[in-house]
Write a protein that binds this ligand. Structure first.
Ligand code: SF4
Length: 89
């Protein structure tokens, strides 16, 4: 799985909660279970939605700023997000 090249410090600040932007999301209406895979290897389908999502930066910013530990957010898996955050800590 390819590692995202993102500096989380460059993400939008003070992002509103998902109900503000989720109706513009590529995953709008998709079964949320897709975005909570049990393994990293099963995250491929969720990540494919994120690839074409217009609110990806908002989604990732929300997850990082609110400590979302579980699931796929903003084109990252749980482990990828932890590494991105650790990189700038
Ligand atoms: S980035 Fe991914 S998880 Fe976030 S709103 Fe878009 S499709 Fe959904």
């Amino acid at each position: 799985m390819r590692e995202p090249e993102i500096d989380v410090r460059t993400l939008p600040q003070h992002v509103g909660p998902p109900d503000v932007w989720q109706d513009a999301a590529a995953c709008y209406g998709i079964d949320p279970e897709v975005f909570f895979p049990t393994t990293e290897e099963e995250a491929g389908l969720a990540l494919s939605y994120c690839t074409v999502c217009r609110v990806r930066d908002l989604c990732l910013a929300w997850a990082v700023q609110n400590g979302e530990r579980y699931g796929v957010w903003g084109g990252t898996t749980e482990q990828q997000r932890r590494r991105l955050i650790r990189r700038v800590a």
